[in-house]
Ligand binder design. Structure first.
Ligand SMILES: *[C@@H]1O[C@H](CO)[C@@H](O)[C@H](O)[C@H]1NC(C)=O
Ligand SMILES: *[C@@H]1O[C@H](CO)[C@@H](O)[C@H](O)[C@H]1NC(C)=O
Ligand SMILES: *[C@@H]1O[C@H](CO)[C@@H](O)[C@H](O)[C@H]1NC(C)=O
Ligand SMILES: *[C@@H]1O[C@H](CO)[C@@H](O)[C@H](O)[C@H]1NC(C)=O
Ligand SMILES: *[C@@H]1O[C@H](CO)[C@@H](O)[C@H](O)[C@H]1NC(C)=O
Length: 439
């Protein structure tokens, strides 16, 4: 009884203290929460900077226009310092390399025989045969489309035994059709592709076995996107490997289709200009009529002396723009893609991607945020602040990563390890064994 009374008194005392503290305790909790929030925010910022992602989130706090001039890489950012903060451009290099090795051992692709017919056997043979001169400057933008076929036919993936193949390649070229006297219009291309698919379906048993889900075709000409639209199974099941990989487009299905690196032909590797020899902040040259975003860019930045922005061609050699600038813009034109991304990568100029809905090639292997800056089209007016807010250390790391990833943005007639051909084929390998949609 006594003890119970004591306990009661004790708790009553505590209760009195609690009554007394209660108003303060709310304040205390608020203070602690604000402290924790601030701490988390600072840590997150460090994290973002260290990892080079979402640079645009720091725009607000950065200084105004008066601080913009010095753009040389400051001294003190030594090679050793870069190495110590090195961030890989890969999501998971080891996992990728192991899968790649397995692919090299196992992957088999069957090519429909049209790719091997003699060049005089039909007026359509040029549509299926490998191009005899892919380095022809007129093909520049469509180089990747032709190089894929040439590299594939010269690779060890091709099998003569279709029943052992993981994939079936339909070797028509949209780019050749586009210039073919008998096929060139958009609607004739659709009919031709639908007709060819029906022929494959009736002459070989492999299409019906998968509903076309293990069949693929490759193109860099954006008109190819509509090519499948007259064939239900081709559109819904087959894999289109395309330079115009925009997930805004109804006819591109991101998890099924594959983005193809668009590469301008070059005969030899560029020697990289070091960061401190780059005295311009930004370079861009291209037709501004092609998009609103480009007109917006010109309007906003044509007067700024740290920007080299040209409507049409530059007043100096194109290559020089990539050599003397720290950042090179890839800004959407008619389509999300241009060869400027790989131009920038090959010249060690950090690409700035201003192209909403671009399903970036190789994004499941490469972490683009570690070697490029991605800017929303509506933030063009903040471009300078965004770029100047990238810490020098992050910039140097991105520059270094360009030297690592550039081998993925090059094509060779005899394919080399980890080149554009192998990286693209790896995207197929990744999709092996998928089942067709049934409807
Ligand atoms: C940076 O420092 C090195 C010596 O540490 C010096 O040789 C070089 O000229 C400096 N560069 C600039 C741009 O100040
Ligand atoms: C067809 O191939 C032959 C031999 O391969 C070549 O000499 C000829 O130029 C080719 N013709 C065309 C129109 O490509
Ligand atoms: C086509 O070319 C092959 C050799 O490349 C030749 O044997 C054949 O006679 C040619 N056919 C025609 C119709 O010209
Ligand atoms: C595949 O299926 C279609 C439609 O059912 C049919 O017309 C075609 O003959 C089939 N192909 C083969 C090789 O049996
Ligand atoms: C650029 O300069 C022109 C004339 O020198 C001027 O009319 C225009 O408003 C300027 N544009 C910007 C965005 O400052």
């Amino acid at each position: 009884m006594n003890m119970a009374f004591c306990a009661f008194r004790k708790s009553f005392k505590l209760f009195k203290w609690w009554v007394f503290l209660r108003p303060f305790s709310v304040m205390l909790i608020v203070v602690v929460m604000v402290g924790v929030l601030l701490l988390v925010q600072t840590k997150m910022k460090d994290f973002r900077h260290k990892n080079g992602i979402f640079v645009q989130f720091d725009v607000q706090e950065k200084v105004g226009m008066e601080n913009l001039e010095p753009m040389k890489v400051q001294n003190g950012s030594t090679e050793a310092e870069i190495l110590s903060t090195s961030v890989s451009p890969y999501h998971d290099w080891e996992l990728f390399a192991a899968n790649y090795e397995e692919m090299m051992k196992k992957l088999k692709i069957f090519v429909y025989p049209d790719a091997f017919m003699s060049n005089n056997s039909s007026i359509f043979s040029s549509i299926f045969l490998p191009h005899t001169d892919p380095f022809d400057p007129k093909l520049g933008n469509y180089f990747s489309e032709h190089m894929f076929k040439i590299a594939l036919l010269g690779s060890s993936f091709v099998t003569k035994k279709p029943e052992e193949a993981h994939f079936y390649f339909m070797p028509f070229s949209i780019n050749v059709m586009r210039n073919h006297p008998r096929v060139h219009s958009a609607s004739a291309i659709k009919d031709f592709v639908a007709g060819y698919t029906d022929r494959v379906r009736s002459e070989f048993e492999f299409w019906n076995a998968s509903g076309g889900a293990d069949h693929f075709y490759v193109y860099c000409h954006s008109i190819g996107r509509d090519a499948a639209s007259k064939h239900h199974e081709l559109h819904h099941n087959s894999i289109q490997v395309t330079c115009s990989s925009s997930y805004f487009q109804r006819l591109y299905i991101a998890h099924k289709d594959i983005g193809l690196p668009q590469v301008w032909p070059r005969q030899h590797e560029e020697v990289l200009n070091p960061p401190d020899a780059r005295y311009k902040l930004v370079f861009f040259a291209g037709r501004v009529q092609n998009s609103l975003a480009r007109r917006d860019l010109l309007e906003q930045w044509k007067n700024d002396s740290s920007f080299d922005i040209f409507s049409g061609s530059s007043s100096f050699p194109y290559r020089e723009g990539f050599r003397r600038s720290r950042y090179c813009l890839h800004i959407k034109g008619y389509e999300v893609n241009t060869a400027r991304v790989s131009d920038a990568i090959q010249h060690g100029c950090v690409p700035v991607l201003i192209s909403n809905y671009y399903d970036l090639p190789l994004a499941n292997i490469l972490d683009w945020s570690k070697f490029s800056v991605i800017v929303n089209e509506r933030d063009i007016r903040h471009l300078k602040k965004i770029l100047l807010s990238v810490p020098v250390r992050t910039y140097l790391n991105m520059y270094k990563n360009l030297g690592i990833v550039r081998r993925h943005f090059a094509w060779y007639s005899s394919p080399k390890t980890y080149d554009s051909f192998h990286m693209t084929v790896y995207q197929l390998w990744y999709r092996r064994g998928l089942h067709p949609v049934t409807w």
